[in-house]
Ligand binder design. Structure first.
Ligand code: SF4
Length: 400
């Protein structure tokens, strides 16, 4: 057993509950993928788009390390670190370890921090996961999306269901303490039985956490072109609502608790990093197009990897912009994020953190949402009702 496999995966908040002091996070963006999935609008570049991406990977890792070192200490230690993308596991595990070492040396990482890396099934095996554990990662999030070939094809995923399940099994065999499986439901190619097949197959693979997102058609993606030109039907929100109910039934029966609209976990295995976002916590963002949030100021980096590399290699900040929210906006945003959590927000603690005036300003709209059956109060906590869970974006718009 490697030394890193003994690292506790306890983290600071694995309960999935909103916290007044949610910790401090670090996000690292790796903007490279093997190819572009049809639905994806993330800031990522497939090899052929990046004119020799393999040659970009090394300088990009150097740039990340330089940027993290340039930032220095001052906000840490991090209670959660998340490497997302893109496909971080397209890089050798030792490169991810080098970046993580820079975070550890510069920002600091708490001893019991949750340290996650997103993985694409085609890029990992047991040895790769073992190498990740040795560098200090203790959680992996694997993009499974579906276990039905027709659905994977429609989404533009190039892995098979077998490769996806092999990756999940490899993570378990390697001893990764926390494994998440990402799923997408409600695509145009999915039959009701397909969604059950995906859920049942993933449940059988015994991950600790499952994220299930309704497919959305993002402007500018190949999928959006198919829909707008009439070559594929649009997604159906009623169908997606049915699929969501099925997810709740099957995952609940298998011992998973829903702690956020799209996230289920075994008890005590909620993602601390996710909860930090929904508790409006602060986090640093490193990498091309990465966003960070510090004490009411949101900032973001240049989107293109080559611009990020150029800035970092010259010792310049790669920041492309920033905006500072006024206290009332921050409080409203925190409210909107917090009610996404199944347990909702502790209103007394919310008033303590954001001020009773900020809460008082939102109370009339909260009352209207309660009257409409979208929000409810229980024991001093404000949360979405089952109906409100389906209409989270409406709640968000009304609270902001
Ligand atoms: S693997 Fe993920 S980040 Fe990469 S193109 Fe597909 S959906 Fe986008």
């Amino acid at each position: 057993m490697s030394m890193a496999t003994t690292i506790t995966a306890a983290g600071l908040n694995r309960t999935g509950r909103w916290l007044e002091e949610p910790g401090f996070g670090v996000y690292v963006h790796i903007p490279f993928c093997l190819h572009r999935c049809h639905y994806c609008d993330f800031n990522t570049y497939a090899s052929k788009e990046a004119s020799g991406a393999q040659e970009v990977h090394g300088p990009y890792v150097d740039a990340l390390v330089a940027d993290i070192e340039r930032h220095g200490a001052g906000n840490g230690p991090a209670t959660s670190v998340f490497f997302g993308g893109g496909t971080p596991t397209l890089l050798p595990a030792r490169d991810l370890g080098r970046i993580l070492d820079a975070v550890r040396a510069s920002v600091g990482i708490a001893a019991d921090a949750e340290i996650t890396v997103e993985a694409n099934p085609e890029t990992v095996d047991e040895r790769y996961f073992e190498a990740l554990l040795t560098t200090g990662f203790n959680r992996v999030s694997i993009g499974i999306q579906s276990l039905v070939p027709r659905v994977l094809l429609g989404l533009g995923r190039t892995h098979s269901p077998e490769v996806a399940l092999t990756a999940l099994a490899a993570a378990r065999r390697a001893g990764v303490p926390d494994v998440n499986a990402d799923l997408i439901y409600g695509s145009q190619w999915e039959e009701p039985a397909d969604w059950r097949t995906s859920l049942e197959g993933v449940i059988e693979a015994a991950p600790d956490h499952i994220s299930a997102y309704a497919l959305t058609i993002e402007a500018g993606t190949p999928l959006a072109t198919l829909v707008t030109t009439g070559r594929a039907p649009d997604v159906d929100p009623d169908v997606q609502a049915d699929r969501y109910e099925v997810a709740g039934e099957l995952l609940g029966a298998a011992g998973f608790e829903r702690y956020e609209i799209s996230n289920w976990a075994r008890p005590g295995r909620a993602s601390a990093h996710n909860v930090l976002y929904w508790s409006a916590g602060d986090y640093l963002g490193f990498g091309a197009g990465a966003h960070g949030h510090l004490d009411g100021t949101r900032y973001w980096s240049v989107r293109l990897p080559r611009d990020y590399i150029e800035a970092a290699s010259q010792g310049r900040s790669p920041e492309a912009g920033r905006e500072t929210l006024e206290p009332p906006e921050r409080a409203a945003e925190a409210l909107m994020l917090g009610v996404r959590l199944a347990g909702g927000i502790d209103l007394d603690a919310f008033a303590h953190r954001w001020g009773s005036e900020a809460l008082a300003r939102s109370l009339p709209e909260i009352a209207r949402l309660e009257a409409d059956g979208l929000l409810e109060r229980a024991g001093g906590w404000l949360r979405a009702t089952p109906r409100g869970t389906f209409l989270a974006s409406e709640i968000g718009c009304r609270l902001l």
